[in-house]
Design a protein around this ligand. Sequence first.
Ligand SMILES: NC(=O)c1ccc[n+]([C@@H]2O[C@H](COP(=O)([O-])OP(=O)(O)OC[C@H]3O[C@@H](n4cnc5c(N)ncnc54)[C@H](OP(=O)(O)O)[C@@H]3O)[C@@H](O)[C@H]2O)c1
Length: 362
Amino acid sequence: MDRAGAIASFDALAAHAVEEDANCQWRIARRPVGNVEPEDFEWRVTDIPEPGEGEVLLKTLYLGLAPVMRFYMQGTARTGDAGLEIGDVIHGRGVAQVVKSRHPGWREGEIVQGQMGWQTWKVSAMTAQEKFFRMPKNGLPAALGAGVLGMTGLSAHAGFFACGDPKPEDRMVLSGAAGGVGSMVAQMAAKVVGCDVVGMAGGPEKCDFIRSLGCSEAIDYRSEDIPGRLDALRPDGIDLYFDNVGGETLEAVLERLRMHARVVLCGSISEYTRDEPFALPNYTRLRATDSVMRGFFVYNHLDRWDAVMEEMAGWITDGRLKPVQDIEQGFAAMPRALARLYHGGNVGVQCCSVRGEPEEWL
Ligand SMILES: NC(=O)c1ccc[n+]([C@@H]2O[C@H](COP(=O)([O-])OP(=O)(O)OC[C@H]3O[C@@H](n4cnc5c(N)ncnc54)[C@H](OP(=O)(O)O)[C@@H]3O)[C@@H](O)[C@H]2O)c1
């Protein structure tokens, strides 16, 4: 099945009717094998829960989507939580409004972002594990909390600045440049730091799009020969590589490192649906070039949350960072929104509007 066909196979799920006076949920019906399929998801409608002492009732406004959610569905624990079982509500962060509060630390009406799960209401004790943050009223849409000013944004910032140590003279390469993290890194590199960035994305339209974000050149990895294009566009080698895809692309970049290069391991989506892990054959290029390859996990960078969010909101306001969010409409469309990531259907951060913007927010 082609890309569009694979995503369209989820349309029937997206036709479920969302009831406002009930809690609609998406749960795990089956462990995904390869890409997610419609049969992996179960629709469930339950009562809206009542908050007990020390709890709040949250109304979901937006939910964010990330490739890691397929791992949650497989039962792989990624965030320090126990792995999910079949029948569990799928994990996912989102933006919500506190509609009832019996918790001393949270007021009714506040807009928050945190671990909501794939559901339209949630009762929460607002535990540290759920990582809830108040959304600042800074004149920007609440939707951004489900991506650009949420964990995707922190991932882009922490990976690029804290791990990549970028410099204006860097000859940079960025894979997954049209995706959530990638579209932010492309702009921070080109417009905040001033690096020359060669981006990679799937298809001519996405290549035009990443040029519009500031990439000086684009490689269409689906139709072009990656090693040949890297030789043509980076004849003197690569100082900084931000890796969202892993696999053979990472291998090709390592062959072309300059001295003292930096490689940031953000993600490896090209490997996620493989049966066998990719065994990187040429890691010794790091030794030969005195280079550093550094991985990171976004939840290990939460201590800088406030500073990073404030800085990125400033870049959005002054025009250096254009927030790119690809918003599916309606909670029922969540499975299709996840499938879009794995089939390259999204441009920017994939999220889903459940109820849209809160009243009197902007
Ligand atoms: N380290 C961390 O803490 C952390 C945090 C967040 C995210 N991540 C990782 O960072 C990466 C980007 O995350 P994101 O949330 O922004 O997702 P994303 O980049 O929006 O992911 C979806 C995109 O990945 C590309 N893709 C899908 N299959 C591919 C394949 N086989 N080969 C190459 N590209 C493929 C597609 O773009 P094309 O159409 O261009 O193919 C698709 O639009 C992911 O690998 C994710 O797991 C890591």
